[in-house]
Design a protein around this ligand. Structure first.
Ligand code: COA
Length: 191
């Protein structure tokens, strides 16, 4: 029998056959967050945090693990391997208003292109819809082509604006994962 982290909200077999479980981040997940950070390339760290971080300090770990349920949601992806669980990715959002939330996703480099990023984004989307949020906002390095391909694959529709050397993206939560929708284009707000 496959073990799964307590509180699992979603479980799926990834492209390479490994079992991935998703569950909300907990206060006590700090050691696993640090371990995941060690599995990130410099490029992935920069693309996620937009600053070159060498190691996470205690304050940063606390910020990543202690989620304010009124404003935030964070979900971690866990790999089940030989009865052990390893955190392999995290997705989170932080509501900036009743309509807009800032989003961040990262998957450890050894597990890229297995569909884990998409699983995390689906879960964030579900949670954001339930909360009545309308837009995901993110700030992206223009060289982050992986993310641009990723967002395209998930059906992002919204605005991309170049400002101060960065791309500012706003995405309609309603249109995510609805690639086949025949709905007319939405009248999106300016950012
Ligand atoms: C962006 C990121 C989260 C994607 O995670 P992932 O688990 O590798 O993505 P998935 O496997 O779910 O990919 C889904 C689809 O996105 C597209 N995609 C993802 N990575 C891609 C790449 N390197 N090149 C081209 N297309 C890519 C593909 O269409 C892919 O589907 P396919 O593999 O069936 O072709 C991951 O690359 C990452 O952690 N990057 C570093 C951090 C970052 O940039 N975060 C975003 C800013 S907060």
């Amino acid at each position: 029998m496959i073990s799964e982290p307590k509180g699992t909200v979603f479980r799926r077999i990834a492209r390479n056959g490994v079992v991935i479980s998703l569950r909300p981040m907990r206060d006590e997940d700090g050691p696993q967050v640090v371990e995941l950070f060690r599995a990130l390339s410099h490029e992935s760290i920069y693309n996620r945090f937009l600053t070159p971080i060498v190691r996470l300090d205690a304050k940063q770990v606390r910020k990543l693990t202690h989620v304010d349920p009124g404003l935030e949601y964070a979900v971690a992806a866990w790999l089940s391997e030989a009865g052990c669980e390893r955190m392999v990715g995290v997705g989170r959002y932080h509501a900036m208003s009743t309509e807009v939330a800032e989003i961040g996703i990262v998957v450890g480099d050894p597990w890229h292109r297995l569909g884990i990023g998409k699983m995390l984004l689906r879960q964030l989307t579900e949670s954001a819809r339930a909360r009545g949020l309308l837009w995901f906002a993110s700030t992206i390095d223009p060289c982050n082509l992986r993310l641009l391909r990723f967002v395209e694959a998930c059906g992002f529709k919204g605005h991309l604006k170049y400002h101060d050397g960065l791309l500012h993206m706003r995405t309609s939560i309603a249109t995510l994962f609805l690639q086949d929708s025949q709905d007319p284009p939405l009248n999106l707000p300016k950012i």
